[in-house]
Design a protein around this ligand. Structure first.
Ligand code: ADP
Length: 451
């Protein structure tokens, strides 16, 4: 099997840069696509070629399937890497690539379709014997049925969008009185964000940790996992800090959660890189939550502790090359932490786009910065506010935290507000340092800052 000669990257920002770097190391030529406002972006400068695909509005550019496919055709690109977000979880796009004879670097359209229907995915996993959080069996069709199921499940419950992602379309109902409003709000948000108001119900787990497992699967049926990540430090159901391994993971826990992840991937004949997300309750019970059928923002922490370059693996798998290692060869070593740096106010999380007047990136041993920002660049208000990922690796968790603290101190971004001060607070927090936290951590910490 031969690798591709040229790949088009259907994305922007740090993830486009990340994929271009992997291609460069594999000796593959790259094509960047960009919207009008991204003409001077780093990904267009680093790629061998670049094509303008439309105006700032992503529906007309980064989500514009015909323009992206035409760009691939005119540049003779053999494959497309979608990154995360935009078209990465759009099964119609994966299918359109196939029809045009272009390889989609990612899972099959069927994998994406199932992963995109969270209620259905849960049902499939439950039937395979993987534990799931109690709630509705699949989607709920009306408010009355939903209320009945909620009564049986026991309050509080979460109402979640079947097509959800990025923490949107999720509402809690503490009791029957709150139910109607929560149902309406979740449905409305699901419609607005995903064009699909379908909801499902889940028991609300009050002190949960979000633990997920990275898997990679080739086209020959080989599936391995690269250990777990803990993504419990969240704000509004969105990840803020991620680490690998999870501070709560023992060897036994890792083996069990890894087996569940492989079983889940096998159940749907998964292909390429993916993530199986789980809820872990305060007793250590593990429940399947959802399957993410793409590269995750937080993949670098796994790369640090496993030594596997996940993006290169994605490309090799898409080219039909079998995995070159077995499960027993994967060794998790040291500890890695990632801080998502957003162009936002660190307490209110209100976006803060604008020009970066001065930039100093941290460096030194065990420090990785994945970003597309540079001195004098403009952070656009049109796209996601994630502007950089600061990732560190240490011999153990204590060293990783100390390294993250000093890297955050070195990191200077002037001209816009960023979440760097928030991360500094997290790294100093005694609960975080002990590894004793759950998904309510940031809310609690920020309450004390506002008080
Ligand atoms: P999304 O796809 O939008 O990220 P998820 O299903 O992954 O949605 O859930 C996002 C976050 O919402 C989780 O990481 C967790 O913080 C919270 N959450 C999800 N399900 C539950 C639950 N049953 N109980 C408590 N919190 C939950």
């Amino acid at each position: 099997m031969k690798l591709f000669k040229k790949i088009l990257i259907a994305n922007r920002g740090e993830i486009a840069v990340r994929v271009i770097r992997a291609c460069n190391e594999l000796g593959i030529r790259t094509v960047a696509v960009y919207s009008d406002v991204d003409r001077d972006s780093l990904h267009t400068r680093l790629a061998d070629e670049s094509v303008c695909i439309g105006p700032a509005n992503s529906a007309q550019s980064y989500n514009n399937i015909p323009n992206i496919l035409t760009s691939a055709e005119i540049t003779d690109s053999e494959a497309i890497h979608p990154g995360y977000g935009f078209l990465s979880e759009n099964p119609d796009f994966a299918e359109a690539c196939q029809k045009s004879g272009i390889v989609f670097i990612g899972p099959t359209p069927e994998n994406i379709r199932l992963g995109g229907n969270k209620a259905k995915a849960k049902q499939v996993m439950k039937r395979r014997g993987i534990p799931v959080v109690p709630g509705s069996e699949g989607p709920v069709l009306s408010e009355e049925t939903a209320l009945k199921i909620a009564g049986k499940t026991g309050f509080p419950v979460l109402l979640k969008a079947s097509a959800g992602g990025g923490g949107r379309g999720i509402r809690i109902a503490k009791d029957e009185n709150e139910f109607g409003k929560a149902f309406f709000m979740a449905q409305r948000e699901a419609f607005a964000c995903f064009g699909n108001g379908e909801l499902y119900i889940e028991k609300y787990i009050s002190e949960m940790r979000h633990v997920e497992v990275q898997i990679i699967a080739d086209t020959k049926g080989n599936i391995i996992h690269l250990g777990e990540r803990d993504c419990s430090i969240q704000r509004r159901h969105q990840k803020v800090v991620e680490e690998a391994p999870s501070p709560v993971a023992t060897e036994k826990f890792r083996k069990k959660i890894g087996e569940y992840a492989i079983k889940a991937a096998k159940a749907i004949r998964y292909r390429n890189a993916g993530t199986v997300e789980f809820i872990v309750d305060h007793r250590g019970n593990i429940y399947f939550m959802e399957m993410n059928t793409r590269l995750q923002v937080e993949h670098p922490v796994t790369e640090y502790v496993s030594g596997v370059d996940i993006v290169k693996e994605q490309i090799k798998i898409a080219a039909g090359i079998p995995l070159e290692f077995r499960q027993t060869e994967i060794k998790i070593s040291g500890h890695a932490i990632e801080c998502r740096i957003n162009a936002e106010d660190p307490v209110t999380f209100i976006p803060s786009p604008g020009k970066i007047n001065f930039l100093l990136l941290p460096g030194g041993a065990g420090v990785r910065v994945d970003t597309a920002i540079y001195n004098g660049c403009v952070v656009s208000p049109h796209y996601d506010s994630l502007i950089a990922k600061l990732i560190v690796h240490g011999r153990d968790r204590d060293e990783a935290i100390a390294r993250m603290k000093r890297a955050l101190d070195e990191f200077i971004i002037e001209g816009i507000k960023t979440t760097i001060p928030l991360h500094k607070r997290v790294m100093k927090d005694p609960g975080f340092i002990k590894g004793d936290f759950n998904t309510g951590f940031i809310e609690k910490m920020n309450l004390s800052v506002r008080a």
